[in-house]
Design a protein around this ligand. Sequence first.
Ligand code: ATP
Ligand code: MG
Length: 349
Amino acid sequence: SSATRQSLKIGLVPADGIGREVIPAARAAIEALGSDIPKPEFVDLLAGFELFTRTGTALPDETVEALKECDCALFGSVSSPSKRVTGYSSPIVALRKKLDLYANIRPVVSVAPNPNDKPSVDLIVVRENTECLYVKQEEIKSTESGREARAIRLITERASARIGRMAFELARARPRKHLTIIHKSNVLSVTDGLFRETVRAIPKQNPGRYDDVTIAEQLVDSAVYRLFREPQIYDVMVAPNLYGDIISDAAAALVGSLGLVPSINAGDSFVMGEPVHGSAPDIAGKNIANPIASIRSAALMLRHLGYGAPADRLDKAVDQVIREGQVLTPDLGGKATTQEALDAVLRKL
Ligand code: ATP
Ligand code: MG
């Protein structure tokens, strides 16, 4: 448990592009927490497309093995090649599989203009991360009337139950304790029917534990519509992989820059923080990337490990910097560099 750790071994995988600028910033923010957390021990690790072009390997075995020895990790971002490159596959996708990080958790929170106001958007998307259409079992064949392509969409009771439990746990820990199950079971009654039914059954299997959690359901299409019209109705949203992917990005658009939105990839024994943005080749190497998404990812990672108070400290420091609006990177309309934005957060800490 969190209380018994003497030190916290944190793997750092900056990977490509601005990952190399924002992950060191997150590291500095964690170090600034001082004795609020067990002494952090950082392990620098390699992965990414750039590594692949140099060495032919995007995710070295040493990186995976070293991560298994860590308590948690922070991952930057990988460049996605515009064309298919032979022998290359995304290291982040592989890592989620190898470490069984079955949940992608993405809080989307707007910063209230006044510290005493409630944010207008304050929700968490909990996306199943291992199955659905992402099992990538596709085939194509020729028929008399032209080519025909199919994809398998896998939904299992096991994966639906574990993502459902994670969502219920998150919901019961929040002030509003409200869970919305996203599906499309009016059309896909078998696959989405199983997802919905499995998530719904969780409170019965844990008598008493989720009594305070209110449960709603929403078809994915109307969920996206309402997300834009009245995002305040949502607290925790749980969804199968593809719907979760789409909803997560839509929700991120509600709060402005991609440079603000954090995530974690979580399993039963490991958690990896990851800013939602990509490698941003257009601004990489210029020291203007917003470090906030990575700092918030570090906070989320710490919270998941049981360090709620230090995580709150990080989030509050970031909120103050955004609210004051004096030291902002260009994506938020300011002129500050990555380093200056980081320094502003460190001063608040
Ligand atoms: P990738 O293929 O790695 O996803 P991309 O070109 O899709 O790269 P993203 O990282 O997804 O780039 O970013 C999309 C846009 O948002 C880019 O214009 C980028 O500069 C901007 N952006 C993303 N992250 C940040 C950040 N942390 N700070 C400032 N701008 C950002
Ligand atoms: Mg992108």
